[in-house]
Design a binder for this molecule. Structure first.
Ligand code: ADP
Ligand code: 5GP
Length: 212
């Protein structure tokens, strides 16, 4: 029986894991490793009104939709959060959350800090994890070494990074400094394992306990 009035009795059975980071900090790399380690993890594919870039594929990187469709989806309550970023709309689908709750699964969101905070307001036991580079100099080095962005894009990303790092480190539940990749992954994996072991998320139905 739960005798501690400070602790809420019921957590959502599924885990909502939000990953945010300034661009270049290693979020995509870590998200891929999580997907491999936890096959039950379901990545939220956001809806966006921006056009596909480069090799991006519809239904894989994003669901690309026009503004009319996006507005209709807002009206129909199909997003758990949505935001305007650089003049385009982005939204996280409610279906991913419903599925995680129904199956005790893990829904992984790769969204910015404002999106993460919006999810936390709606689902207070969502887990917000922020990936940090060891320094802004190292962030710049990684962005250049990745070789996907032009010079002006890198400058813009570095300017945005300072602000995003400040907001993420002020509001997120967990902060991971991605210095050595293996260490950062171990930290992220430990967070997922610990959060999935929390009372309320573990399936006890086979034990046929009395409700508390
Ligand atoms: P993001 O998705 O946050 O923009 P990426 O996962 O694309 O970042 O990583 C940016 C670059 O840094 C990639 O080239 C990646 O291989 C590299 N990288 C990621 N983690 C590390 C690390 N711990 N040490 C060195 N390089 C890293
Ligand atoms: P990009 O257009 O470069 O893919 O993404 C631009 C920004 O939008 C990134 O910071 C990304 O994290 C954020 N983003 C992507 N999908 C969503 C979403 O569904 N909701 C919110 N709030 N932000 C998103």
């Amino acid at each position: 029986m739960n005798t501690n009035p400070q602790i809420p009795v019921t957590l959502s059975p599924g885990l909502l894991l939000v990953l945010s980071a300034p661009s270049g900090a290693g979020k995509t790399t870590l998200a891929r490793m999580i997907q491999k380690a936890f096959p039950q993890a379901d990545f939220s594919i956001s809806y966006t009104t921006r056009a596909p870039r480069g090799a991006e594929r519809n239904g894989v990187d994003y669901h690309f939709v026009d503004e009319q469709t996006f507005n209709q989806m807002i009206d129909d309550g199909q997003f758990v959060e949505w935001a305007e970023v650089h003049g385009h709309f982005y939204g996280s689908s409610r279906a991913t959350v419903d599925k995680a709750f129904a199956s005790r699964g893990i829904a992984v969101f790769d969204i910015d800090v404002q999106g993460g905070n919006a999810i936390k307001r709606k689902f207070p036991d969502a887990v917000l994890t922020f990936i940090l580079p060891p320094s802004l100099e190292e962030l710049e080095r990684r962005l250049r070494a990745r070789g996907t962005d032009a010079d002006d894009v890198i400058r813009r990303r570095l300017l945005a990074a300072r602000n995003e790092v400040q907001k993420g480190s002020d509001t997120y539940d967990y902060l991971i400094i991605n210095d050595r990749l293996d260490d950062a992954f171990r930290q992220l994996e430990s967070i997922v394992i610990a959060e999935r072991s929390r009372r309320g998320r573990v399936d006890l139905s086979a034990l046929r306990l009395q409700p508390s």
